[in-house]
Design a protein around this ligand. Structure first.
Ligand code: ADP
Ligand code: NI
Length: 220
């Protein structure tokens, strides 16, 4: 199989797995992360492995513990699939190293692994989809699905938190999620293309929060 055929096969595999997702990780999220990865790749001047980057973009949420009950089984199935479309063990390892180490919660751990340039691109692409207008929409969609309240000025955003606390949604408000995570992503961008897009999206979120708070009390 050539690279184009392999990427088509991965597209189809991911589409079948994600098409019915209702958690904000549907195939629309995957397609945007793939497209953002390609955009970032086009701005990049350093050498990187394109096939690894685009494959990891497609596959980054396939074996996520938020989405599947048996992470190990999903991971094994994915590796078998990649073998069946003629990926070498070293190529599969490059992809899974990215998917294991790119998440925000992983970056809260002390001994997280430095990502390859391909991995940094996918990480930026995934984070770009959590900010800006799409990011606002996904946060509200997620918050509604997890019974979060919208906003309470008395509940202050946590300044820092461990990986476990990050998963603990008690007392989370949708607006606090912006301060605890989304507004922090801009400075964590790795790549030139990622930094560029994050700039506009950050400003859009800040404007949204200003307007939201101005409207919150309904007094004007
Ligand atoms: P991904 O795996 O794509 O990086 P997550 O699974 O962490 O993203 O989250 C999916 C979407 O839901 C993101 O846009 C994220 O900002 C949003 N989200 C995650 N946790 C919360 C929360 N506690 N409140 C509101 N939105 C959240
Ligand atoms: Ni994702």
């Amino acid at each position: 199989m050539n690279t184009a055929q392999q990427l088509r096969a991965i597209h189809q595999y991911t589409y079948e797995k994600m098409k019915s997702d209702k958690t904000g990780h549907g195939f629309d999220h995957i397609q945007r992360v793939v497209n953002l990865t390609k955009y970032i790749a086009a701005q990049e001047t350093q050498p990187f492995n394109y096939l690894t980057a685009v494959s990891a973009a497609y596959l980054h949420d396939i074996a996520d513990d938020k989405l599947v009950t048996d992470v190990q089984a999903s991971e094994t199935e994915m590796k078998n699939f990649l073998t069946s479309i003629e990926f070498l063990p070293s190529q599969i390892a490059a992809i899974t190293t990215i998917t294991h180490n790119m998440s925000f919660s992983k970056s809260l751990e002390n001994k997280h692994q430095q990502l390859s340039l391909a991995g940094q691109m996918v990480q930026d692409a995934d984070r770009l989809d959590a900010i800006g207008a799409i990011g606002i929409t996904r946060a509200i969609y997620y918050g509604g699905a997890h019974q979060e309240i919208i906003y309470d000025p008395k509940i202050k955003p946590r300044k820092s938190f461990s990986k476990q606390e990050y998963r603990d949604l008690d007392n989370e408000t949708i607006i606090n999620h912006f301060y605890e995570k989304l507004l922090k992503l801009k400075v964590l961008m790795n790549t030139t293309g990622g930094k560029l897009l994050a700039e506009q999206r950050q400003q859009f979120m800040l404007d949204f929060l200003t307007e939201f708070k101005a409207e919150w009390t309904g007094e004007k």
